[in-house]
Design a protein around this ligand. Sequence first.
Ligand SMILES: Nc1nc2c(c(=O)[nH]1)N[C@H]1C(S)=C(S)[C@@H](COP(=O)(O)OP(=O)(O)OC[C@H]3O[C@@H](n4cnc5c(=O)[nH]c(N)nc54)[C@H](O)[C@@H]3O)O[C@H]1N2
Ligand SMILES: Nc1nc2c(c(=O)[nH]1)N[C@H]1C(S)=C(S)[C@@H](COP(=O)(O)OP(=O)(O)OC[C@H]3O[C@@H](n4cnc5c(=O)[nH]c(N)nc54)[C@H](O)[C@@H]3O)O[C@H]1N2
Ligand code: SF4
Ligand SMILES: [Mo]
Length: 677
Amino acid sequence: MKRHVCPRNCYSTCTMISHVKNGKLITISGDKDNPYTKGTLCAKAYTYIERNYHQQRLKYPYYQEVKGSGNFKRITWKTAIELIEDRLLKIDQKYHSFLPVSLYKYTGNLGVNHYASEEFFSSIGPTTRIVGSPCSSAGFDATSYDFGKSISSDPDQLAKAKLIVIWGGNPAATSIHSIPFIQKAQAQGAILIVIDPIFSHTAEIADIYIQLKPGSDGILANYLTKLAIEMDVIDRSFIDQFSIGFERFQEKLTQFSAAEVMAETGINEDALNVLTEIIIKSTSTFHWIGLGLQRHQNGGEMVRSINALAAATGMIGKEGSGVHYAHSDTWVFKNQQVFFNEHEDQRNRILNMNDWINNGPTLLDPPLELMWVACRNPLVQDPQPQRIREHFEAIPFVVTVDQFMTPTARWSNLVLPATSHFEEEDIATSYWHRGLALNEKAIEPYYESRSDLKIMQMIARKVDDRFHHPSTFPQHDSNEDYLRKQWTPAATKAFGIEDYDDAKGRVIFPDISLVAWRNKKFMTPSGKYEFFSQSAFEDGYDPLPISKKVNIAKGKYQLQLLTPHDPYALNSQFHFLGLGKNGEAFIAIHEKTALDRGISNGDIVRVFNEYGAFSLKAEVTYRVAIDVVMIYTGWYPNQGVNVNELVPVQETDMGDKSAGAKGIAFHDTFVEVERKI
Ligand SMILES: Nc1nc2c(c(=O)[nH]1)N[C@H]1C(S)=C(S)[C@@H](COP(=O)(O)OP(=O)(O)OC[C@H]3O[C@@H](n4cnc5c(=O)[nH]c(N)nc54)[C@H](O)[C@@H]3O)O[C@H]1N2
Ligand SMILES: Nc1nc2c(c(=O)[nH]1)N[C@H]1C(S)=C(S)[C@@H](COP(=O)(O)OP(=O)(O)OC[C@H]3O[C@@H](n4cnc5c(=O)[nH]c(N)nc54)[C@H](O)[C@@H]3O)O[C@H]1N2
Ligand code: SF4
Ligand SMILES: [Mo]
């Protein structure tokens, strides 16, 4: 029996138990000792054995001279490392610098071991980094303007709420282990309100579902705050003692009228009255702000407006209340600091995630000569893969480390096979709960796969042998020794244990049920909750949390395409395992929108805009608003569907403070749909 922790970019960070026979995984099950996940896993996790031994899993290193040609030749690791070494040597000789070397890494595996890639590239001197977060940065920035930092209460606080309002989050799909806490609250009489343009899986268990126009939540929150002031149900004592700027905020709120709010949000009078009655009068409200909500051009602004509603109505720092987004309290390991610091490291050349697509690598001086892609699938998960492909083509040598031959791998010169979490030791933590668990190695690496750490070590050894600026990267540590060295005093503080070895054989959960901001000591410059944020002003934003008119469709593309996360996949992972609707892509279209276009349920339709087009099956439904269509994000092998081909490179309003670049407004995408003849 071995203990594992799921390293995916997912709220739950579940622990699981595996059994091995004759060196092969036989079973996996949930870990009953985990106080958060309580022995349950998601459907994806139950495919882990199939995924581990999947016929499409990469077994060996592969090389192709011409990207996209498909003429991959199996090569040995020795040859692979020599190819990399030769490139590095040539770059070093030509430029006397590693700035032409770039790292493109994200969240395919969030285990501490995997930050070895960041650490290695930081150890060889200045390189080029593509920074930013397509995921969460606008919300993190917004929350840090208001509170000083994003701190979420522990999820069990959900169970203590009298009212739970979920704004643009779909935990029934994306954070499934939060659902029992929500249901416990409901069983005790709490009301669950889900606000979403899509009748999501979470909406199915809601007491009240509010369908609104995408990007209009901030206006709704501002209006509700205005009404709370008029009805005198705001928390004067919190506002007076613990906040600044409320007066100025209050003045600006007078501009919101019911008629305008109904027009902007699409919410009718009855629904607005119900919301007013329930949200404003609640004495204990847990506002959950989903990460999906902030992937708009006004995403940060919307988050600030919702925060302000919660603060004005006195929900901060109390049991079962507050406004919760995510936290980075558990990102405390040594090599993760390299990741955070790189955004500020003046020596590195920093390319903005959004900008690098506009300013191709060929324009750079020195140009990019080598791109290292790990734990990332940009040709699926980033906007405009068509253009990323062009950039990849212009870079002489692209290396992708992955477990599968993804579209990104196919567009690389060298593809290196990565181990799974059953094949390496690791540490994983969550951005939602505050647990930590170690991952044990249960089986030998699949064929010739290697962990990201091992690969970096192989290269570090070569770099040391051959170059005049040797790498400081630890070259010979075992996985476990490497992990031991990543432990910090901050980790001891966060998890209440001494070191790595102390976590062996058990799941570590702090036994307090943390209530964010209980002490009301905010981490803003003023030490108060900032309705008026001078920092936001200095960064070029409205200092007040006032939301403005939303992005409106232009020209002939009138349908807003939302591309949220699939219950049966994890970003671009798992789709090909055929969970859900057999892994088949579909577009959800409202009955009326479909009728207007002569589309019936199950028809093959063409979805298109000025950026691209593809065909897929239509699901005609009332689950989406009339002017909204939905396709789950992800990788649909052999189906020709890549949602991000339709998504333009548009920035969210905020994001640079927490991630070095603004986020991506995936959801402000407009398309048209037609029946395929
Ligand atoms: N249209 C649209 N696009 C989106 C989003 C959206 O909502 N809509 N969401 C965005 C968000 S929130 C995120 S977080 C990003 C996620 O974007 P990515 O981080 O790129 O997503 P993943 O598909 O989880 O992982 C990338 C790759 O990592 C590989 N991988 C897994 N384990 C390992 C390992 O141990 N080592 C290595 N080297 N590779 C490994 C996987 O096989 C996968 O191919 O996508 C963003 N893209
Ligand atoms: N099963 C599964 N779990 C996952 C992931 C996955 O891909 N699959 N991905 C993981 C990652 S990387 C992340 S970031 C999280 C994401 O977790 P969530 O934020 O829960 O998920 P999303 O699907 O990104 O978006 C949630 C909802 O936001 C809605 N939305 C979009 N725009 C608006 C708006 O303007 N207003 C409102 N009110 N709603 C809006 C969408 O319709 C969607 O239902 O989940 C993590 N967990
Ligand atoms: S994907 Fe999420 S819910 Fe599923 S096993 Fe991993 S951490 Fe748990
Ligand atoms: Mo994400």
